[in-house]
Design a protein around this ligand. Structure first.
Ligand code: E4P
Length: 214
């Protein structure tokens, strides 16, 4: 399973990239606003750090606007994936981009049939938001299982990109279900790294190292 970082903060993106654990990056308007930067400034910097798919989201909601924005975004770098909301005009834009060989990430997916429509339109990635479903007392990971099965049943090439990840268990389940990728906030990457037995074991090794013969 590929791991993308869900962030527009170049300090944490650099830190995760230095560990060699990330295959790509996803951003959204909320994440970009949080770092107080312009999309056109932050995206090229992310592209210089991460050698993999970088999702940049359009903010238009009509097909012409989305297509125009997406065509500008892909000029920034060859790794740009145009992130598009799962609405009717969004799918029209996905269809156009698919015919032009431009990669798309269809975002804000909350149901298996939305995911089926996105795949039919030619989406490169579908982003089901598991954490936000959990928040309203739906089982977010059930949606991943359904989409993976549906895509396998009909041989769609669209990749399942698990989004709105809130903790390590979402990732364990996603990997067991055969999701292609997951996008993970930096704090979750840190949580995954942490294990009390790793800390305890390291402490012991360092203590014993002091007893080694020089
Ligand atoms: C990624 O593509 C999504 O925009 C992101 O995972 C949403 O996460 P959130 O629900 O924590 O905002």
């Amino acid at each position: 399973m590929q791991i993308f970082i869900d962030s527009a903060d170049v300090r944490e993106i650099r830190e995760a990239a230095a560990m060699g654990v990330i295959d790509g990056c996803t951003t959204n308007p909320t994440l970009v606003a949080k770092v107080g930067r312009k999309l056109e400034d932050v995206i090229p910097e992310i592209c210089s750090i991460v050698d993999g798919p970088i999702s940049a989201e359009v903010i238009s909601t009509d097909v012409d606007g989305m297509v125009a924005e997406g065509r500008e975004l892909v000029k920034i770098h060859k790794n740009i994936v145009v992130k598009i909301p799962l609405i009717g005009d969004g799918l029209k834009a996905v269809r156009i981009f698919s015919a032009e060989g431009i990669k798309t990430n269809v975002t804000l997916c909350f149901s298996p049939m939305q995911a089926l429509l996105a795949a039919k339109a030619g989406a490169t990635y579908i982003s089901p938001f598991v954490g936000r479903l959990d928040d309203i007392q739906y089982e977010g990971m059930e949606l991943i299982e359904q989409i993976v099965t549906i895509y396998e049943n009909y041989g769609f090439n669209t990749q399942v990109l698990v989004a709105s990840v809130r903790g390590p268990m979402h990732l364990v389940q996603a990997a067991l279900m055969g999701a292609h990728c997951a996008t993970v906030p930096f704090n979750v990457i840190t949580q995954i790294l942490k294990h009390p037995l790793t800390d305890k074991g390291l402490e012991q090794f360092l203590a014993d190292a002091k007893k080694m013969k020089a």
